[in-house]
Design a protein around this ligand. Structure first.
Ligand code: NAP
Length: 243
């Protein structure tokens, strides 16, 4: 049996990705979340309603010990199962102009996206190397490529993920493991729900925000056998706002 671990799969992009990976690839989905169990249960119900299988796994991606312990336990309990796909999706924003970015907000944003990617990838990579197969997909952002004022912490976190994606992809390519990043622009989710959408969409050539489903379809393609020769890439999905 093959599985996918999707971090931050209770809501938004992660939820859509979890559902799509189940639909397209028949993978058992490990739905990670940190606080919102009801939302994680809703993701699981939707996957099961489509005929798929899923389980919840609560951990804070920032906490290395917690991630290693939970995943080790999972591997022990599921000896016949392997993690084929890891989607490092959990992320937060704490936007402010740089002089007002507290140390806490700097650390939390970096530790969720960048350290979270380290923690979760560490937890599954050895097994992928032994299996000689795997897909690691990092959900970065336009902010990590272009740099966005008011988001120095977030731009640094996502830029770090992009650089690590390129480096790691070269380490593991020989073992049939691909490592790619997607860089969404404005996508409709809880993260963007407080933004002035009507104002901001004017900056987007497509004149709209993207949907979690559109990101999920891209991630699902990268996870597919058809994408075996794509690695170390950062794929923009932003309605034309930045290339
Ligand atoms: P969202 O709606 O706010 O959902 C965030 C998800 O991450 C939730 O499932 C949340 O779990 C989980 N999460 C947050 N901190 C976590 C932690 N420490 N450990 C484990 N899970 C954690 O965000 P989204 O818009 O879907 O964003 C998903 C990813 O896409 C993020 O990495 C974000 O940076 C990136 N992105 C989003 C956009 C956009 O426009 N929305 C654009 C570019 C990139 P709980 O439900 O338990 O809180």
């Amino acid at each position: 049996m093959k599985s996918a671990l999707v971090t931050g799969a209770s809501r938004g992009l992660g939820k859509a990705i979890a559902i799509q990976l189940s639909l397209d690839h028949g993978l058992h989905i490990i739905i990670n979340y940190t606080a919102n169990q009801a939302a994680a249960e809703a993701t699981k119900s939707e996957i099961e309603a489509n005929g798929g299988s899923a389980e919840l796994m609560q951990f804070d991606v920032k906490n290395n010990q917690e991630v290693q312990d939970k995943m080790q336990q999972w591997f022990t309990n599921n000896p016949e199962n392997k993690i084929e796909v890891l989607v490092n999706n959990a992320g937060i924003t704490r936007d402010n102009l740089f002089p007002w970015v507290s140390e806490n907000d700097w650390d939390d944003v970096i530790n969720t996206s960048l350290k979270g990617m380290y923690n979760c990838t560490q937890a599954v990579l050895q097994k992928m190397l032994r299996n000689r197969s795997g897909r690691i997909i990092n959900v970065a952002s336009l902010s990590g490529l272009k740099g966005v004022p008011g988001q120095t912490n977030y731009s640094a976190a996502k830029g770090g993920m992009i650089a690590a994606t390129k480096a790691l992809s070269q380490e593991v390519a020989k073992r049939n493991i691909t490592v790619n990043a997607v860089a969404p622009g404005f996508i409709l989710s809880d993260m963007t729900s407080d933004l002035p959408i009507d104002e901001l969409k004017k900056m987007v050539p497509a004149n709209r925000f993207g949907t979690p489903q559109e990101v999920a379809d891209l991630v699902s393609f990268i996870a597919s056998p058809k994408a075996a020769y794509i690695t170390g890439e950062v794929i923009n999905i932003n309605g034309g706002i930045y290339a």
